[in-house]
Design a protein around this ligand. Structure first.
Ligand code: 5RP
Length: 445
């Protein structure tokens, strides 16, 4: 039990994974991806090996996947025995549906993932449909794997390319290390116009091992969303998209082709799940620690498909260290963090994508920072009793915020005033009901 909030998209990920695993046939050498969606692929392949006698061998993309594959009883192989693979199935952090260009590597396995993907005849992506973006870089940073020696210089050079660079760290402040013992620089570029050029530029920096832009590599994407399972294949001939079913006998949601200006047929794919009648907005899910902000925000992200940012991940390292040491943050600590949160909202506002931010936003003056630049976020204020919050925080694992900081948070808290655009919600209700209520409210504005 990790104490992590349940993944509301888990069911969708599993549906896509099972569909993709059905592509694997006897005798194939299979690349196994990494992440919560690839996890379901490995589980399904394990089931097929055990129950159907499927005969495959596999190369995993991470130590974690290797351990899972061994547990599942999937025979492993090496590149010495299989320099080429038949198929690799892996997840993605962002998918551009027009091209199937991807951002990968939030799980830190991008180097092996790219090697294994590039060795395969078919590279199939599995995801829930929240991963679609108009442009790469909209939802996630591009991870860049870097040799530890001299990483600071590499970070400067990435910064000069226009990235906001954050070395990936654990909650305790220590550097995250990949399976290859390298560092990861998470680079926020914003929407990327020319991912191919950016990838080439990043590669030209000495000390860079690999980056998370997977350009013209995926041969197919299988995604699941409220609209059903979708199969996407890019066609190289005219840059258009086809959505053939993998198995024509099985029902697969197809997106209807519509004629473009030239009269030819172009498939129009909604890049986000459609929540009809809801205007794109900036949402700040606020409340003290333990009020369930992440669960609600992730649920909304899955329904609306808007970019999502965990406000806690924008704290400067010094703030994280203070909180982990049970020292309450003061206003001076919070201003730079709130400024980063506001920047993120402003970027979503400029891009017109809508945006969902979790941020405690405890005081009126803090919320004023988030409203700077004429932004008009809607605050969804989650509240419950101190006893419930304490109980939740005690059960929570893997987060730097100790329960001892709750009283100071409650003392600081100023519930949104009548003149603020806020929706007050009980955090005791079932999250699915809360999400449904928020969606109903959004339809009215
Ligand atoms: O690139 C990856 C790991 O390095 C993952 O495939 C990517 O992060 C998607 O993960 P998930 O399926 O958990 O959303």
């Amino acid at each position: 039990m990790t104490g992590k909030a349940p993944d509301p998209a888990a069911n969708l990920k599993q549906q896509a994974a099972i569909k993709a695993a059905s592509l694997v046939q006897d005798g194939m050498a299979v690349g196994l991806g990494t992440g919560s969606t690839a996890f379901f692929v490995v589980a399904e392949l394990g089931r097929r090996v055990r129950e159907e006698g499927l005969k495959i061998c596999a190369i995993p993309t991470s130590d974690a996947t290797e351990a899972q594959a061994r547990e599942e009883g999937i025979p492993l192989t090496t590149f010495a025995a299989h320099p080429e693979l038949d198929i690799t199935i892996d997840g993605a952090d962002e998918i551009e549906p027009r091209t199937l260009n991807l951002v990968k590597g939030r799980g830190g396995a991008l180097l092996r993932e790219k090697i294994v993907a590039s060795a395969a005849k078919q590279f199939v992506i599995v995801a829930d449909s929240s991963k679609y973006v108009d442009h790469l870089g909209m939802l996630c940073p591009v991870p860049v794997e870097v040799i530890p020696f001299g990483w600071e210089n590499v970070a400067v050079k990435l910064g000069r390319m226009g990235a906001h660079v954050t070395p990936r760290k654990h909650r305790d402040g220590s550097f995250y290390l990949t399976d290859e013992k390298n560092l990861i620089m998470d680079c926020v570029f914003g929407p990327i116009e020319d991912p191919h050029k950016l990838g080439t530029d990043i590669h030209s920096i000495v000390g860079v091992v690999e980056h998370g832009l997977f350009i013209e590599m995926a041969t197919q994407a299988i995604t699941a969303g409220p609209e059903g399972i979708r199969v996407i294949t890019p066609t190289v001939s005219d840059g258009l998209i086809a959505t053939p079913a993998l198995d024509p006998s099985e029902p697969v949601t197809r997106v209807p082709p519509v004629p473009n200006e030239n009269g030819s047929s172009k498939t129009v794919l909604p890049t986000q799940p459609v929540a009809s009648g809801i205007k794109k907005q900036l949402l700040v899910i606020m409340g003290v620690s333990g009020s369930g902000k992440t669960t609600i925000a992730e649920g909304l992200r899955n329904e609306l498909g808007w970019p999502f940012q965990e406000g806690d991940d924008l704290h400067p390292a010094a703030n994280v260290a203070k909180m982990a040491a049970s020292i309450p943050l003061n206003d001076e600590d919070r201003w730079p963090w709130l400024a980063r949160c506001q920047e993120w909202l402003a970027e979503c506002n400029r891009a017109g994508t809508g945006g969902i931010l979790t941020c405690s936003a405890l005081k009126h003056s803090y919320r004023d920072v988030l409203r700077k630049g004429g932004l008009e976020p809607i605050f969804i204020y989650l509240h419950t009793s101190e006893a419930v919050l304490l109980e939740r925080l005690k059960r929570r694992r893997g987060h730097y915020m100790p329960p001892t900081l709750l009283p100071s948070q409650l003392q600081t808290l100023e519930a949104p005033a009548a003149d603020e655009h806020a929706l007050s919600m009980s955090a005791d209700t079932n999250p699915a009901e809360t999400i449904a209520e928020i969606l109903s409210y959004l339809k009215t504005i």
